[in-house]
Write a protein that binds this ligand. Structure first.
Ligand code: ZN
Length: 146
């Protein structure tokens, strides 16, 4: 189990050091900002949504390792998904990191499951996801995790 946990941390560190889909998205039609005052994580998320499908996703911001890795993993995971599928994934991820659920069905996002052992990091891990929800719902005001 400890080996598995180390592997998870490697994946998180890898996504932190080399975030996927970092930067602005020029033709985004959904944009939202999120802020986690507990940690100081900030994220701006850019989505291109066509016919209810997330065609592209990018993000920029300043966050801790967990927040950045979670945003990176999220953008990879939601590309090509329908908005309702992405929102269902949010529910699963939130349950997994907050409640310690098994994370069954979330695929490689399971690397985030270890976060539930660190309650003060849960909001770091879920920030990008709540920001994604705000973007899909076109909420104009900045999202905070509070
Ligand atoms: Zn954080």
């Amino acid at each position: 189990m400890s080996e598995l946990r180390e592997l998870y941390q490697e994946t998180i560190l890898d996504h932190y050091r080399r975030p996927r889909n970092a930067g602005r998205l020029a033709d985004a039609n959904r944009v939202a900002e999120g802020y986690n005052p507990l940690c100081g994580d900030r994220i701006k998320l850019f989505l291109k949504v066509d016919d209810g499908v997330i065609r592209d996703a990018r993000f920029e911001g300043n966050g801790c390792a967990i927040a950045t890795a979670s945003a990176s993993l999220m953008t990879e995971s939601i590309k090509g998904k329908r908005a309702d599928e992405a929102l269902r994934l949010l529910e699963q991820v939130h349950h997994m990191v907050a409640g310690g659920g098994s994370g069954g069905g979330v695929g490689k996002l399971q690397v985030l499951s270890g976060v539930h052992e660190f309650p003060q990091r849960v909001k770091c891990a879920t920030l990008a996801w709540h920001t994604m929800k705000a973007a899909l719902e076109n909420v104009a005001v900045p999202v905070t995790t509070e």
